[in-house]
Design a protein. Structure first.
Lengths: 207, 165
């Protein structure tokens, strides 16, 4: 499907985007945030639904669509425990949690804002690197089943294919209380099928 | 009679047929819709997990039957007929079609859940299959399990608990 050079480019895109996003997150929380080398995954929809365990695993997620020269979807997915830990770093929200409903509106809106900042940092870095316009939508929040959330990123792809190409960058932090080893924090970038050629051409590589 | 049977997993854009004591299960329905067609006398059911309302949206070379509301309902009926269930005895239960993200965005994708539900209902009406129960819309993800023995559909959400329809 892709040659090694193209895979490396996609990985580098994840590196640049998520690198910038973790710097933004780090400044926002005033904590050290580290990032693992991003992975480019080519997955069936079932594998996508079960990327972090069962399809009905509860997660906290930010979702936005982007348009412009590049189109596609982006998710910032965290375990509910990790999302709670992040929110609790912010002033006045130290008692908030996403582990059990009901969730406070303040916490949801803080999480949305956090998502907004990190996702825009990701896409801004990408746009500058590729010299292509990327216009993000207002991000939306859902605290729900991973499978139910991630399908929004598969709708456009599903019209042409039964596989998704996802650039997955994991971030971690040293103040983790999340002992169960489930997801720490993941930036998932799902460009629409037509956008890959644009990414490669902008860097002078043909598909 | 105590007989446990097995639970058959239905993936996304997938469909399966089961006979009691086996059950059918699909996990993580968001905007997707789970369609169950069943015959209580024959204790046989089929479940599909559809993603999109209409196969005319397909831009690929081949059409994946279980992905679209129109082709999934048609194929499910045919598969049930193949195992000896007549179309006139079929009843339906449906679940899913949520709008997971509350936004002001009017994009087609954000509204895909309600459109899927609408499309499934239209197909069921076309084949004159009555909908006995439904749990659709809202903003919650669902995992559903159907028991062909008694026709009960169990729906689990992470935020609203479990219910049966």
């Amino acid at each position: 499907m892709f040659n090694q050079m193209q895979l490396d480019i996609l990985k580098e895109i994840g590196n640049i985007g998520a690198g910038n996003a973790s710097t933004a997150l780090s400044q926002l929380l005033n904590k050290k945030i580290e990032m693992n080398v991003p992975m480019v995954r080519i997955l069936s929809f079932d594998e996508m639904m079960e990327l972090y365990g069962s399809a009905d695993k509860k997660v906290a997620s930010i979702f936005l669509q982007f348009s412009g020269d590049l189109t596609g979807n982006m998710f910032f997915v965290l375990s509910v425990e990790k999302a709670s830990t992040f929110i609790q770093q912010l002033p006045g929200l130290d008692q908030c949690s996403f582990v059990l409903p009901p969730y406070s509106e303040m916490a949801i809106s803080a999480f949305q804002e956090l998502g907004n900042i990190v996702a825009s940092s990701y896409l801004t870095a990408l746009s500058e690197f590729l010299r292509l316009s990327i216009i993000p939508s207002v991000p939306a929040v859902s605290i729900d089943m991973f499978g139910a959330i991630i399908t929004y990123g598969l709708i456009e792809i599903s019209k042409v294919s039964d596989h998704a190409i996802v650039i997955d960058a994991e971030i971690k932090d040293p103040f983790s209380k999340d002992k169960n080893g489930f997801i720490k924090g993941h930036f998932l970038l799902l460009p629409d099928p037509d956008s890959f050629q644009k990414i490669f051409s902008s860097l002078g590589v043909n598909q | 009679m105590i007989e446990n049977g097995k639970t058959i997993k239905v993936g996304i854009a997938d469909m399966k047929i089961a006979k009691a004591p086996d059950k059918l299960r699909t996990a993580g329905l968001g905007s997707c819709v789970g369609i169950i067609l069943y015959d209580l006398h024959k204790k046989t059911a089929g479940m599909a997990h559809i993603m999109l309302p209409d196969s005319t949206l397909a831009r690929g070379k081949t059409i994946h039957m279980a992905k679209y509301a129109d082709t999934a309902v048609e194929t499910l009926i045919r598969k049930l007929e193949e195992v000896g269930v007549r179309k006139v005895t079929l009843r339906a239960k449906i679940a899913g079609g949520a709008q997971m993200f509350q936004t002001a965005s009017k994009s087609e994708i954000m509204r895909i859940g309600p459109r899927n539900v609408e499309a499934v209902k239209k197909q069921l009406e076309k084949y004159r299959i009555p909908i006995i129960a439904e749990d659709t819309g809202g903003s919650n993800g669902r995992t559903i399990e159907f028991n062909p023995e008694n026709g009960v559909l169990t729906i689990r959400t992470v935020n609203l608990g479990i219910k049966e329809i």
